[in-house]
Ligand binder design. Structure first.
Ligand SMILES: Nc1ncnc2c1ncn2[C@@H]1O[C@H](COP(=O)(O)OP(=O)(O)OP(=O)(O)O)[C@@H](O)[C@H]1O
Ligand SMILES: [Mg+2]
Length: 239
């Protein structure tokens, strides 16, 4: 099993050296728990090892993301300039946002992809443009969703996104927003089953402590016990 380093030393040693190559890992946690910063580490490590990276962001415009990352010591600007990192802001008001996601994920030969966050994308309605699936389609495209689908759109969206990332054969991190105090592993209650791994970030304000737990990692022996972490000017560190 080839491993892909997350860029956080303490985390890699918890999961036999890194994420399984070409796996999809869900990073879940309440606001401010460090999901985005963990993704920065993952991208930064990729750039350091010569990987081509894609960062799909729904929360921040690209410039803001580069600035935030710089404050934590990650130089994304030069990687964007030399073409090893592409940052794409996904506007959820764009009805064709799924077409943009599809094009970006499948267009490049990316080694690492971050989707931050999957929650905003999975809660979108399904826009109907065509109601019939054709047998020649290898994957369902945004145009193929039917208006007669039963169940919540999020399940369709999440299956679609996971399928896309699988097709792209990259190693990816997708983030999921949790309500503070929630005992769930994702906001949608579905993505933790679809992802190959789940890393939970949390904090305890009364003790002023932050935590990281590996809740699931296929093909990997790992502890379920949470570990204390800090977030400082160099990002995430294990205590
Ligand atoms: N330069 C820094 N130095 C120290 N701590 C920082 C720094 N930048 C951010 N933090 C801490 O990290 C937190 C934000 O982390 P991050 O943006 O990764 O959270 P998140 O889980 O992605 O949140 P959200 O769900 O809102 O996107 C801040 O609330 C702050 O506590
Ligand atoms: Mg974030």
């Amino acid at each position: 099993m080839k491993r892909v380093k997350t860029g956080v030393d303490g985390l890699d040693s918890l999961i036999e050296g890194g994420l399984p190559k070409e796996s999809i890992t869900l990073i879940s946690g309440p606001p401010g728990s460090g999901k985005t910063i963990l993704c920065y580490h993952f991208i930064s490590k990729g750039l350091e090892t010569g990987d081509t990276c894609l960062y799909l962001t729904l929360d921040n415009k690209a410039e803001k993301l580069v600035t935030q990352a710089r404050q934590l010591g990650f130089d994304f600007q030069s990687a964007v300039e030399n073409g090893t990192l592409k940052i794409v802001f996904l506007d959820i008001h764009n009805k064709l946002v799924y077409d943009v996601v599809t094009k970006e994920i499948l267009s490049g030969e990316y080694d690492r992809i971050v989707l931050d966050s999957v929650t905003s994308l999975s809660e979108l309605p399904i826009y109907v443009e065509k109601t019939e699936l054709t047998e020649t389609n290898e994957i369902i495209t945004g145009n193929d969703f039917s208006s007669t689908i039963d169940g919540p759109p999020s399940r369709m969206h999440l299956h679609y996104i996971i399928n896309l990332l699988d097709t792209a054969q990259c190693t990816s991190m997708i983030t999921s927003e949790l309500r503070y105090g929630s005992f769930e592993l994702s906001r949608d209650g579905i993505s933790e089953f679809l992802a190959d791994g789940v890393i939970l970030l949390n904090f305890d304000p009364t003790m002023d402590k932050r935590k990281l737990s590996v809740m699931k990692m296929r093909s990997t022996r790992h502890t379920l016990r949470s570990r204390d972490i800090t977030i400082g000017e160099d990002g995430i560190k294990f205590i």
